[in-house]
Write a protein of this length. Structure first.
Length: 356
């Protein structure tokens, strides 16, 4: 069997300090899979695809590390702004919603978390036992609260490299018929906490635009059920509309298919990364996906955000991410235990993060 570098080995700890408690390349166009949207009303969209080449609150403390992932260092992301062991000091397992935690039970949009599905392990990892009260969300880097504060925790802005190390058994997902699935993803706090900035400028009141960034979702049931276990989903979705009738763009399943080596053993720890580089006036922004440090699948690119009418379309589809701040989310389905060893975020700095 082909051997891969063991991502479960601990990184060197020299020079580390607390990350801060206060602190296109190609598009294939077949429609389908989860969250698919009928895009027939956007007939001119596919013709353009060939041209698509192109702080509030406290700021996290930061740490400069010698072991920065090369893909992060290459774009200037050399500061680790988020890292934590999964301990009772870092995870709000009692659902107190107090300040100072790095992870909270997922409770956005009225979700009621199952606290007994969160198991802290002695080695500093956490095992998620599955919950369908939220959308494959069990823990998040922020939590909604009542009152003017709106949320507590951290939402990440300005770009970054986001990496989680975890393991799960694909057979569990098949056995439970994809009633939920292991997931590592992010979504704009602007939408999740119903901030005023979720409003799409120039549109009627209550008309939103925001990003969902799926770093990893083991949701490709057609692939997995046919024995192709080495595929998973990884996508950006540019959501828009009123809250009661939100629509995502794009709707092509090929966009989010990610293939890893055929001999990959998901029951062992692997590293799943997402690189986000914002657009500027002089350069396109883009997102890339990484598996154990190796880039997989297509780069997704966009031009700098400008206010223009719906729907989101190239070359500025996805550009709303550069104005959003991502809440990091981990979760799985019942009967599909997922053990997470670590989560780290590297950025140029934490200046554009929101931490409350």
């Amino acid at each position: 069997m082909k051997k891969h570098r063991d991502p479960s080995k601990p990184d060197p700890k020299r020079g580390e300090r607390d990350a801060g408690k206060t602190g296109l390349t190609s598009f294939s166009l077949f429609v389908g899979a989860r969250k698919c949207l009928n895009c027939s009303s956007f007939a001119g969209l596919t013709a353009f695809l060939g041209l698509l080449f192109l702080s509030a609150g406290f700021v996290h403390a930061e740490e400069a590390l010698p072991d920065v992932p090369p893909q992060a260092a290459a774009v200037g992301y050399k500061v680790r702004t988020f890292a934590a062991a999964f301990t009772a000091q870092e995870v709000d397992v009692a659902n107190t919603v107090r300040q100072g935690f790095k992870w909270y039970p997922y409770r956005f949009f009225g979700s009621v978390p199952k606290l007994d599905s969160l198991v802290l392990n002695q080695d500093g990892s956490i095992t998620l036992l599955g919950d369908v009260t939220g959308p494959n969300g069990e823990i998040a880097s922020a939590v909604d609260v009542r009152g003017p504060e709106k949320f507590r925790g951290t939402a990440f802005g300005g770009g970054g490299y986001f990496e989680a190390t975890f393991r799960f058994d694909p057979r569990d997902v098949v056995r439970t018929e994809f009633r939920g699935w292991p997931s590592w993803w992010g979504m704009a706090i602007e939408h999740m906490a119903k901030l005023d900035t979720r409003q799409w400028p120039g549109q009627p009141e209550g008309y939103e635009r925001f990003i969902e960034a799926d770093f990893f979702e083991y949701d490709l049931s057609d692939y997995v059920k046919s024995g192709r276990l080495n595929y998973y989903g990884g996508a950006l979705r540019d959501w828009f509309g009123r809250e009661e009738k939100l629509e995502p763009m794009p709707a092509w399943s090929r966009l989010f298919i990610r293939e890893v080596p055929a001999d990959t053993d998901f029951t062992q720890y692997h590293r799943y990364g997402f690189l986000w580089v914002p657009a500027t006036s002089a350069s396109v922004g883009y997102a890339e996906y990484y598996f154990d440090g190796r880039r997989i699948g297509a780069r997704l690119a966009w031009k700098k955000y400008v206010d223009e009418g719906p729907p989101p379309k190239p070359p500025r589809m996805f550009s709303i991410i550069d104005r959003n701040h991502l809440v990091l989310i981990l979760g799985t389905g019942p009967g599909q235990p997922m053990t997470v060893k670590s989560v780290s975020v590297w950025q140029a700095s934490g200046a554009e993060n929101w931490t409350r």
